[in-house]
Design a protein around this ligand. Structure first.
Ligand SMILES: [Fe+2]
Length: 229
């Protein structure tokens, strides 16, 4: 049983715009394999982080997407959408408050956000508030990768209480990110706090690991608290 979902809501398949796939040929190969594994919908979520990619705008993402989507074989019967993975950098809450219409969001007005792996965004709560006020529905990407949260697991109650849903990375189940990550993962799974699982795919090598991964009995039981398997 592969855990990959029919709708993959977080990946870096859009080529050449971030630290994910660099070449369209590799993206297309990954997409074909994902379709063969049962994926029928892809939401492209390239990083949007002005600290790392200062010259990359939503307009640029849109251009690359419009060019790339034409290369996806129609025979795969895939639905695709362009969104983004927004880093909650300093000042992002102001953009959410005053220019939310520029943001690349999902068809249902969900918006994927992330924090640094090294420190918590001081403006996370304010950002969630502003996104909600703008009629958007925030999803926090891979909370189990924010290792600094392992000692304040109760804070996730507040984050979820603010209307933010949580998205788990399939790769995290393999233990790749260490014991703090597993502690967070266990907590969120056992409390039924995840709403989504996704690939966050950056490379073909990661896809091999995701498709090869088979959860054992106990992990499956935990996953069922959040997901239909
Ligand atoms: Fe990502």
């Amino acid at each position: 049983m592969a855990l990959i979902q029919t709708s993959d809501i977080h990946n870096h398949l859009l080529p050449g715009v971030d630290d994910g796939f660099r070449h369209a040929a590799d993206s297309l190969q990954a997409i074909e394999r994902m379709a063969a594994a049962g994926v029928s919908e892809l939401v492209f979520t390239p990083h949007m982080n002005p600290d790392v990619y200062p010259d990359v705008t939503e307009v640029r993402h849109r251009e690359v997407y419009e060019e790339f989507r034409r290369q996806i074989p129609a025979g795969l019967s895939l639905t695709t959408h362009l969104a983004a993975e927004y880093m909650v950098v300093k000042g992002f809450e102001e953009r959410a408050a005053s220019r939310a219409d520029e943001l690349h969001v999902f068809p249902d007005r969900s918006i994927l956000v992330e924090m640094s792996y090294y420190y918590r965004s001081q403006n996370l709560e304010q950002t969630l508030f502003e996104l909600n006020m703008a009629g958007l529905k925030p999803i926090l990407a891979h909370p189990e990768r924010y290792l600094y949260m392992a000692d304040c697991l109760g804070d996730f109650d507040k984050i979820v209480g603010m209307g933010c849903r949580l998205q788990m990375n399939l790769m995290s189940l393999t233990g790749t990110y260490g014991k703090e990550s597993i502690k967070i993962l266990d907590h969120l799974l056992s409390h039924g706090m995840y709403s989504f699982m996704a690939t966050d795919l950056h490379s073909l090598g990661q896809l091999d690991r995701i498709l090869d991964f088979k959860p054992g009995f106990f992990l499956k039981r935990k996953l069922r608290k959040c997901f239909e398997l």
